[in-house]
Design a protein around this ligand. Structure first.
Ligand code: NAP
Length: 326
């Protein structure tokens, strides 16, 4: 098969597109003939050896795929050869065939196109867990989403609306904010403007601040969140796309009576697989009812994976970027 390979750590340009051995499903695994693969921020980190998981070289990056099940290992009961399925893994997805743990592979509804499914599990799985199990977002609460036009950000805008919140979307350009509006955001904040971000949030919340803040950006934006969070607020630590890991000022946490909550969805799926499955049943129900559609802003052929990763790093992406395989 053909695959994108990381043979030495480095930027996306150092990836190669080469022939490599086909994978074989071991017990508990399935092999999926990949039709499309989601591009995610961790893919940009793992090839630079800056991610928490450090696979041996050479390896294919890529953490989520969708396609047709072609091999089923012993012990996997919920899938059979020929099923359409989406699956998650730490790496190995940017390839024509992917070997995945059976418990992360789920059948997809007939009406779901491969491109929608490719960008589905990681962002929506993370966001429902963050909003439901971690923040316990309530109807009528105000949800502020930073990096709101990005992968997890746009999913947070959509699911926040479905869960009955008033959603404030914050992003760096008016073009990105227009996409957030199309997906249901009630209020928009451009954090590249001169007015400080925290003042813009307060102006939209009668000076109270947001009840729940979803932050995949980190850096200065995160620091300002502790000045514009409401009493009893919950600040969700999702990621650090800005490249800067912030420190939370304990005095502000005390004064706001708020909680700063870590969200490690991958670990949740391993520790609480039943709760994760229930989340996916809910997500697919909402999807099938037409309550939301993933925003796939661009597709690339598998061999152009480096371009997709560079576009993500250059903040050009809105919603999801997806690689396709003929
Ligand atoms: N905790 C978990 O379980 C979990 C799960 C999935 C993802 N994540 C993390 O969430 C973060 C976002 O992932 P994603 O897939 O949504 O990425 P993405 O699609 O690239 O979105 C990230 C957003 O961050 C903003 N940003 C600010 N500074 C940036 C910079 N220097 N470079 C790139 N983007 C920057 C951009 O929006 P603006 O231009 O509007 O600022 C961008 O839209 C990553 O850190 C990822 O590792 C965590």
């Amino acid at each position: 098969m053909k695959a994108i390979l990381c043979k030495q750590h480095g930027p996306p340009e150092s990836l190669v597109y080469e022939d490599t051995a086909d994978p074989t499903a071991e017990a508990g695994e399935v092999v999926i003939d990949v039709k499309a693969a989601g591009v995610n921020f961790p893919d940009t980190l793992i090839i630079e050896n800056k991610y928490q998981f450090k696979p041996d070289l050479p390896f294919s990056p890529g953490g989520e795929v969708v396609g047709i099940v072609s091999q089923v290992g012993a012990g996997v009961k919920h899938l059979k050869k020929g099923d359409r399925a989406m699956a998650l893994m730490t790496f190995g997805g940017f390839a024509e065939k992917a070997r995945v743990p059976g418990q992360t592979a789920l059948p997809i509804p007939e009406e779901m196109p491969f491109t929608d499914a490719a960008g589905f599990p990681l962002v929506y799985g993370t966001v429902i867990y963050a909003l439901k199990q971690r923040a316990r977002l309530q109807k009528g609460e105000t949800l502020l989403v930073n990096g709101a036009a990005g992968g997890v950000g746009l999913a947070a805008v959509q699911l926040g609306k479905i869960m009955g919140a008033r959603v404030i979307a914050a992003a760096s350009t008016d073009e990105k904010l227009a996409i957030c509006k199309q997906h249901g955001a009630d209020e928009l904040i451009n954090y590249s403007e001169d007015t400080p971000f925290k003042e813009q949030v307060k102006a939209l919340t009668d000076g109270q601040g947001a009840d729940v803040i979803f932050d995949p950006v980190g850096g200065d934006i995160f620091d300002q969140c502790l000045s514009c969070i409401n009493w009893n607020g919950r600040l969700l630590v999702i990621g650090f796309a800005s490249g800067t890991i912030p420190s939370a000022a304990a005095n502000r946490i005390l004064l706001k009576n708020c909680a700063v909550m870590g969200v490690f969805w991958g670990r949740f799926t391993a520790l609480e697989p039943e709760a994760n499955l229930a989340n996916f049943r809910q997500l697919l129900k909402w999807y099938s009812a037409g309550e939301f559609r993933p925003e796939v802003s661009q597709t690339y052929r598998l061999e152009n994976a480096a371009q997709a990763l560079n576009d993500m790093l250059a903040r050009k992406a809105t919603g999801k970027l997806v690689l396709t395989v003929d």
